[in-house]
Design a protein around this ligand. Structure first.
Ligand code: PMP
Length: 304
C-alpha cells in the first residue's frame, strides 16, 4: 500500500503518497486510539460521487467526541479534503480512508500532550468479499470471540482498537476456510460481522439484530430506506444464531462489503443457499443508488 504514486492529504495539505509516513512511536500505533472512516466514491453518469460523505464525516466526529479527541479541522474541511484527494489521484471510483490519530509526542496511556493528526487516502478497491460473493453469497462462521461488551469498548465509535476483536474473529473464520465471521454479543445474541452489519429475511419480512454492541452502519441505514422504497419494513429484534440458520435469506452490509448475500452460516445453507430474491432486489437498488441511477436519492451523492 505504501509504495505507489499519488497523493495523500495529511494535516491540511496533499503530500506525495510515499511521504505520508509517521514515526514508530506514534501514540495511536501503540494504544489503538485512532478514529477512522471507510467511504466509497462511485463513477456515475454525472461524474465521480462520494456516497453519503456527510454522514461518514459526522460519524468520524462522533467517534472523536466519544474518545475526547479534539479534531483539529472542521467537518467542511474534511469533506472538501476528501473530494480533493479523489480529484488529485484522478480516481473514478475508489475507497476513501480518513483517519485521525495521536502523534509521537509522548508515550503512556494518557493522551494529554499528544497532537491529533488527520490523514485521508483513497485508492481503487473492488468487491471486499469478492465479486463472486456479491453474486452467489458468502460462507460465514459464528466466531468463538464475542463482540465487545457495550461497557468495554464504545460501539458507536469507529475506533482502531475495536478491530483487534474483528481481526481475531476474521482470522479464525478465514483460516477455517470461511469467507467472514459473525460475532455474537456477550449474552450470545447476534451482533454483526467482523466489518459488516447483518440483515435476514423470513416470510417476506426483513429483520436486523439490535445494534447495541454493533456499529451503526451507514449502509445499514441506507438499506432501511431502500427496503421502504421496495415496500418492505425492516424490523429490529434480538436475534439468535439459529434465527439465521432458519432464515429464508441473509445479507451483510457495509461500505466495503456493500450488500453481500450470506448463503451459509456454520455449514447450514440459508434458504436455498444462494442469493435470495429480496436480497437481490435490495442489492440491485443499492447499486442503482450509488451509481447515480436513483434521482430521488441524489442528495446522498456528493460530486467531486
Ligand atoms: N460493523 C463494523 C464492525 C464495520 O467495520 C462496518 C464497516 N464500517 C460496518 C459494521 C458497516 O458500517 P458502514 O455501513 O457504515 O460501512
Amino acid at each position: 500500500m505504501a509504495d505507489r504514486d499519488g497523493f495523500i492529504w495529511m494535516d491540511g495539505k496533499l503530500v506525495p503518497w510515499r511521504e505520508a509516513t509517521t514515526h514508530v512511536l506514534t501514540h495511536s500505533l501503540h494504544y489503538g486510539v485512532s478514529v477512522f472512516e471507510g467511504v466509497r466514491a462511485y463513477n456515475t453518469d454525472r461524474g465521480t460521487a462520494i456516497f453519503r460523505l456527510k454522514e461518514h464525516t459526522d460519524r468520524l466526529f462522533t467517534s472523536a467526541h466519544i474518545y475526547m479527541m479534539k479534531m483539529p479541522y472542521d467537518k467542511e474541511t474534511i469533506n472538501e479534503a476528501q473530494k480533493e484527494v479523489v480529484r488529485a489521484n484522478k480516481l473514478e471510483s475508489c475507497y476513501l480512508r480518513p483517519i485521525a490519530f495521536y502523534g509521537s509526542e509522548k508515550m503512556g496511556i494518557s493522551t494529554r500532550g499528544a497532537t491529533v493528526h488527520v490523514a485521508i487516502a483513497a485508492w481503487p478497491w473492488g468487491a471486499y468479499l469478492g465479486a463472486e460473493g456479491l453474486e452467489k453469497g458468502i460462507r460465514v462462521k459464528t466466531s468463538s470471540f464475542a463482540r465487545h461488551h457495550v461497557n468495554v469498548t464504545m460501539a458507536r465509535a469507529k475506533v482502531a482498537s475495536t478491530y483487534a476483536n474483528s481481526i481475531l474473529a476474521n482470522l479464525e473464520a478465514t483460516q477455517d476456510g470461511y469467507d467472514e465471521a459473525l460475532l455474537l454479543d456477550t449474552e450470545g445474541f447476534v451482533a454483526e460481522g467482523a466489518g459488516e452489519n447483518l440483515f435476514i429475511v423470513k416470510n417476506g419480512v426483513i429483520y436486523e439484530p439490535e445494534i447495541a454492541s454493533a456499529l451503526t452502519g451507514i449502509t445499514r441505514d441506507t438499506v432501511h430506506t431502500l427496503a421502504r422504497d421496495l415496500g418492505y419494513e425492516v424490523k429490529t429484534r434480538r436475534m439468535t444464531r439459529d434465527d439465521i440458520y432458519i432464515a429464508d435469506e441473509a445479507f451483510f452490509t457495509g461500505t466495503a462489503a456493500e450488500v453481500t448475500p450470506v448463503r451459509e452460516l456454520d455449514n447450514r445453507a440459508i434458504g436455498e443457499g444462494t442469493r435470495g430474491p429480496i436480497t437481490a432486489a435490495i442489492q440491485a437498488r443499492f447499486f442503482d443508488l450509488v451509481n447515480g441511477r436513483l434521482p430521488e436519492h441524489d442528495a446522498w451523492l456528493h460530486y467531486v
